[in-house]
Design a protein. Sequence first.
Length: 394
Amino acid sequence: MIIVQVIAFALGAALAGRALLSAVRTFVLPRASGDGVARRVFKSTRWVFLRFAGPGKPYATRDRLMAYFGPISLIVLPTVWLVMVFLGYALMFWAVGVPTIEEALLTSGSSLLTLGFHRAVLPGADFLMFTEAAIGLGLVALLISYLPAIYGGFSRRELLVSLLEVRADSPPSPLILITRFDRLRGLEHLHETWERWEQWFAELEESHTSLTVLVDYRSQQPDLSWVNAAGAMMDAAAIVRSSVAIPMDAQADLMIRAGYLALRRIARVFGITYDPSPRADSPTSISRAMYDEAIDVLAAAGVPIVADRDQAWQDFNGWRVNYDEVLRGMERLTVAPTGWWELPMRSAWATDEPSSEVAARHGAVAAHPVGSTVTAGRAPAASTPPASSPESAP
């Protein structure tokens, strides 16, 4: 009997200690830890939500339901920790001499919730009751104290996402971003945008790997998404660097690199697989036909395009291959809106020019490629373009 009690006490201490370790890894440790308890809780909660917000549902329904996923998961996780502590201490109370499991559960619950209606008068029981009460209060206080950090990180992320709507419409389109800058300020002013988004990607990596619940906090507007914004900005820089005939701006290179490194490290936390060293000619989800259509829109809007379209496509693919897999993986994980590649392509003239005739002369709207499908809220299937180029990323 003594051996059984010793084993029960050890198991109870391990269970309570595991809950504490999970809390420290999730909220206190300033780096990605990949805690198993938190991962299982979020995975199970995601499974439940996807039963009601599966791919067959309209995107508006999926977005409305998934908006609750992050906050509810954040409530479920501390609840799981408290249950682990409750059961662990119940085992320890039984091991030190509480006669029945029922009494051990009552003593543990009374101590954890600091109710004090049930006390075990046994050697060592007072110490267990005090420590359990301290742990219960500490876990709740830890969650409350980190809520400002979580919502502060969310607000910082969403600031540029919302501002991007002003520059690139919603969902954000690199074509609109480039043509709007070309029309209103000049493409040389994109340098400041690349700088701001490089910093945004650095902050994104820091906050979304240490506080992973932020990944599932959705934007205030249904058609906005931090994942779509990240992809649009990297695509904009890749298009400018590969296909627009303006002097090279190394800041665009740095922004793309900051972007795909951030997405890769976030993807690693969630177990999304990717090729860390892709070939420059590896196929991506963007076909040559889609690329040509986008460049045709830019050319019709008066944006200077490089003469060698084949080389430009190879250079673009050399950039896109670095983030295509992780971007598509994050789109599926977060149930992001349809990306700009899957929507009719247009330039900023469509919204900025009051005269429809003038807008049409500048390629305001382009027909979507024949045979492609546009499904709201779904990541597109991968295509296999015949790409071949040296890696252009630094």
